[in-house]
Design a protein around this ligand. Sequence first.
Ligand code: SF4
Length: 222
Amino acid sequence: MQDLTMQIAQIVPCTEAEGPGKRFAVWFQGCPLRCPGCCNPEFLPFKGGHTRTLRDLIDELTRARDESGVEGITLMGGEPTSHAAASLALAQASRQLGLSVMVFSGYTVEELNARGDATVAELIATTDILVDGPYIREQPDTERRWIGSRNQRIHFLTPRYSLDEQWRQKNTLEIRVDKDGISVNGFPAADAVGLWKGWRRKKPLPTVTTQSVEHAQGTDTR
Ligand code: SF4
């Protein structure tokens, strides 16, 4: 099992920009959706990224827990449910290490359940927080930290987390400079999306006021 391989676009071993507390963030390489304005267009093709083993990632995750005090893993994309076996293996390993599991999916939970895929169902059963639904550029969320657009819902699937004060703070953007260059993660202000990656909007963002679109508060939830 530990020889299981997975296609990884990016890992940030300790971040506060991808969910509650300090988290080990994993971006898979490959997503079948094409949300206009996606923050990570280079993570959409299924070819590319780095091939990593489950064993490697568990070692890295264990180090992040012991040395940086991360409290959980966050799986995103790419689309984690398109890498369901790897996502489930990482979620189970996290639980075994006493860490929480947060998953961002571009599909709604209803769409995921309708698939009838046992691995996806088990992944959901091993998840503490599921953020679901596609990113809709015209509905930027400025009130729920870590969330891209107002249509997306936060499902607290275990008692471990709730919609507490942390979620009400402003979105967080982290910029790292190391030997490999500059990396950025977290959700930026709408006008800054993609700027650091060298691509620019063909059209300016439409102006969306809080009055013009009803804020979808989410289930129980985000
Ligand atoms: S689901 Fe996420 S990764 Fe996939 S296109 Fe939409 S925003 Fe991008």
